[in-house]
Design a protein around this ligand. Structure first.
Ligand SMILES: [Zn+2]
Length: 444
């Protein structure tokens, strides 16, 4: 299905270049993945002083206490489970699961083994206290949770990922009896974390941790090597670096959200924001970095150029969400193309630049607009945006471009505010920038 969609999108391939792509299928987008609980919350907020527990009144009136008691015990089970993951104690972990549910036990064992491979610095489960437990089956209660995990040497802070667990009493103890009752919640998204997708292998080095399906270790090591080649170019251009980056290159299509697309076809890879909870009740989050998810179709051909593009998005992701798309994608394309120039593809980059300058820049009236950026003409949007950034770097230098980016990213996406920021940093209006770009002939 994806291949069909992809055939219409030309992928430029140069000699010795697997997928550095000037336009089309493997173009990558920055994705603001929405944390599960950030949107679509329809349940009532926490009752004042009620610990977020609300219940259907019954004749006996004793239910609130029973529910509070249940949630207290469920929290204890979750705590024991998290401690078992961190300590590597499988028996203690499995003691939290209904042993009669063989499929669940098997799946859970796999998740445990996978999580242990990541090298966890912190790991916990946090229950969404504002969520009212849902009745499932005859005696089960589904609760919404966040798994909160920090990978050693990779994540700057623990990031949250949504879960729905159903608990029921077995032999007088609350146990996990199902892990998929809430899987279809509309705000859950359609992707799954790599540890939920069968046995994994990992490779670590040079500031990245690559996760692949078992049996694809060679590709993980290849991607570590490609990352090593990409990261210096990213650091040089953005003046910043994440502590480390998680790179996900799974075979399973569920590793990628179906909405992560550009111009109507799936992105080659995406930089996905990591959300870290800023309060125990899981009502607010902040972006503390990004991870990279490679499209399964391209997992074995993704190279340093695609990674440089995504790593650029990742490095800038904590600055804010409001930078115009032409600057976000233009900067990533700039880093990608700089690396291409330094890797023996200067002629191809120059050819593309010339083509864009003679055909796509000439009719430009305004800077590429956010809302139509990923539309039918996205190839030109990316290319034109690259040239805008290249022009800005050539004329003003990287420090100024980075300062402009930081200011725009944390500001408002209102056109007037952007214009003001542009004038502040470049002493230039948007119209003047477009006019200057039309006279641009290339760097040096
Ligand atoms: Zn991009």
């Amino acid at each position: 299905m994806d291949d069909e969609q992809l055939t219409g999108a030309p992928v430029k391939r140069g000699p010795g270049r697997a997928v550095w792509v000037a336009g089309g299928a493997a173009l990558a987008v920055a994705v603001a993945a929405v944390a599960w609980s950030v949107v679509g919350r329809e349940d009532p907020g926490p009752a004042p002083g009620g610990g977020g527990v609300s219940v259907t009144p019954t004749a006996t009136g004793s239910v609130p206490d029973a529910e509070t008691q249940m949630l207290t015990e469920i929290d204890a089970v979750l705590k024991a489970r998290a401690a078992a993951v961190l300590a590597g104690r499988l028996p203690q972990y499995l003691a939290t699961v209904d042993a009669k549910n063989a499929k669940l036990v098997q799946r859970d064992k796999q998740v445990f083994a996978n999580l242990r491979k990541l090298g966890l610095k912190q790991f916990s489960y946090a229950r969404e206290t504002s969520f009212v437990p849902e009745k499932h089956g005859t005696d089960g209660w589904a609760v919404r949770l966040m798994m909160v995990l920090q990978i050693e040497g990779i994540d700057a802070a623990p990031r949250a990922t949504p879960l729905g667990y159903t608990f029921a009493q077995r032999g007088g103890r609350w146990l996990l009896v199902a892990d998929d009752d809430l899987a279809a919640e509309s705000d859950r998204g359609t992707y799954r974390e790599p540890w939920d997708l069968g046995p994994i292998e990992v490779a670590r080095g040079g500031g990245v941790l690559v996760v692949v399906p078992a049996g694809e270790g060679a590709n993980a090591r290849r991607l570590v090597q490609e990352s090593r080649e990409a990261l210096p170019a990213v650091r040089l251009a953005t003046r910043r670096a994440q502590q480390g980056i998680l790179v996900i290159a799974m075979r399973d299509r569920k590793s990628m959200d179906t909405e992560w697309a550009t111009g109507g076809h799936p992105a080659g890879a995406v930089s996905v924001r990591n959300y870290s909870p800023t309060d125990a009740a899981l009502t607010s989050f902040k972006v503390t970095g990004s991870r990279i998810v490679i499209n399964p179709t391209y997992r074995e051909t993704s190279d340093r150029f695609l990674l440089a593009h995504e790593f650029t998005h990742a490095a800038l992701s904590t600055l804010g969400n409001s930078a115009p798309t032409w600057l976000v994608e233009g900067f990533a394309m700039y880093v990608e193309n700089r690396l291409a120039e330094q890797s023996g593809s200067a002629d191809q980059v120059a050819d593309w630049r010339d083509k864009l300058l003679s055909k796509s820049v000439k009719p430009l009236v305004v800077l590429p607009i956010d809302g139509i950026f990923h539309g039918d003409y996205d190839e030109e949007s990316y290319g034109v945006s690259w040239l805008i950034v290249e022009y800005l770097v050539t004329k003003y230098g990287l420090d100024k471009v980075n300062a402009l980016y930081a200011d725009l990213a944390k500001g408002s996406d209102d056109p007037a505010a952007r214009e003001q920021t542009l004038r502040k940093h470049l002493k230039l209006s948007e119209a003047a920038l477009v006019a200057a770009l039309k006279k641009y002939t290339g760097p040096s």
